[in-house]
Structures are given as C-alpha cells and as structure tokens.
Design a protein around this ligand. Sequence first.
Ligand code: UDP
Ligand code: MG
Length: 315
Amino acid sequence: MPLISVVVPCYNEAESLPVFVQACKDVFGDMQNRFGTNFELVLVDDGSNDETVERFKEAERELSEHAVKWVSFSRNFGKESALLAGLEHAHGDYVATMDADMQDPPSLLPEMYERMLETGCDNVATRRATRAGEPPVRSFFSRCFYKLINGISSTEFVSGERDYRLMNRKMVNAVISLGESNRFSKGIFSWVGFKTEWISYDNVERAAGETKWSFFGLTRYALDGITAFSTAPLQIASFSSLLLFLLFLVFIVIIVVRRLVFGDPVAGWASTACIILFVGAIQLACLGIIGQYLAKTYLEAKSRPSYIVKESNLD
Ligand code: UDP
Ligand code: MG
C-alpha cells in the first residue's frame, strides 16, 4: 500500500491545529477507503511560543490509526527550514506539504492524488485562482515580484503558487539533495524540474490566528528569492557602470570642444553636483547589490545547519 506523508510547518498554530487535525483525519480515512493509501503526518514546530507542541501530542492520540511524527525546533528558524525538516523526516512514497491554518485545504488532497495517478506526473502543485481576501497592497507587490523574478531568472515562478504540493519520492529526494541553507522553496521546486500538474483553488481565509508575514518580512523573502535564483542584478550593476563610462566619454568630448571654442566658462557647478550625486548613487547601489550576494555566499560558506531539533517523538 502506498504511503503518503503529510508535512506541516507550524509556528504558533495552537489555535488552528485542532481544526486541521480533524480535517486530516477525515481526508485520511476517506482516501484509505478510496485508494487504499496509508498516511503519516509529519508535524514540525518552528520554535512556537504557544501550545503547538501540546497540540502535536493530542494529534498523536486523535490520529492513533495513522503514524504521527513530530519534531520541535530550538527556536524559530523560518518556514523554509521547517519544510526541509519535514521532508527529511518523511518516509512516504508520496509527500504532501501543506500549511496548518487550513489555507491549503486538506480536502484537496484526494483530487491531487487522483491527478497524479491519472497523468503519471511527478508532482501536483496548487495555485490560488484569485487573490480575494488579501490586502490589495500585498497583491500588488506580489504581482510585481513575479513579473520581476520571471524577467530576470531562468527558473520559472508561477504567480499565486502555494507551497501546497504532492510530490513523488524521486522529486522529494531531489529537493532534499539541494544543500543550500538559504532555501527558497518556490524556486527549488521549479529548479529541480520534473513533470508538474497544476490545480487552482479559491483563496481561503485562515482558520484561526494571523499570518506570520509582515510587509518587511515579505520584502526580505522576495529579495532572498531574487538573489537565490538570479544573478541578473550583478549583471545590471556591471552594465550600468559601462553605460556611465560611455556617457563620461561623450561628456569629455563636449567639454574639451567647448573649452577650445568658447574659452573657460565658469557656469556649470549645478550640473557637476548633479552628476557627482548621480554617479555616487549608482556606485552605492552596485556596492549594495554585490554586498547582497557576498552576504549570501558568506552565510552559505559557514554551512550551518538549517535547523536544530530540541525535542521530537522519534527517539
Ligand atoms: N510558518 C512557520 N515558520 C514561520 C512562519 C510560518 O513554520 O516562521 C508556518 C505557519 O505556521 C503556517 C505556514 O508556515 O503553517 C504559512 O504561514 P502563514 O499562514 O503565516 O503564511 P501565509 O499563509 O499568510 O502566506
Ligand atoms: Mg496562511
């Protein structure tokens, strides 16, 4: 019987977990009857400071006919690390990743599994059909991000894609094999290749609690994605210096000719000041871009683990 692992990153999800576990129980039972699949729930606590771990223990009792594994981090390492830990601890022939807040409805899993069997694809990914319920500012910047990153990266990013996926073992192994500690899953899922089928669904509100993403957090996440999957900003930096040099050549010719023809005019300090400011700004921007990549390289070079487990029910 095929085993499906369901990987769930949880950060302060004590309120949503009971609803989520109940939904899993229904779906697991239903799929066991229809497809004869076994289930394993892999819960990862990303350093929560509420009763998330207690909810895990309740889930073990609630889902006693299925395997429930859980690990708890020593602090908050971020969703990407929690996803990685979940994938590494999952032993299923298929692995699904989903959020604990019901925004990735577990009830979609049978459809995803069916699609996988029908099409013989390696993974079934989901995307939101609409962005209803999301603050307009967030939607706007999110759209800009996808336009930008698709323009400058050779890896494809699908607007509105969720981290809700069902993957086969081959793909999961490939995802785990990427050793970068600065992980950007949306890019990694696309980068590893494999045949992907897409399912759209309407945006769902959180079951309880609130989103962990602040505007600043999302901006940082977007920058991480760009530096992880594109070196175009570095090329733009080099290109802008070339452009400035050409501009400088044109100016120097104009200045020399003017000096020879009209003598030595005093005017022109304002434009000089503008040019100095402009060039200074470009230089700082280029330095900043190089700094971003250097920082990434520095962090990777330290090769620290992506997460540290404090407690689990596995030992
Ligand atoms: N999450 C996590 N670590 C974090 C932030 C979030 O494990 O540092 C989990 C969170 O518990 C949830 C999922 O990642 O299961 C998605 O988080 P959230 O709902 O806040 O994001 P959104 O749905 O608003 O994009
Ligand atoms: Mg959510």
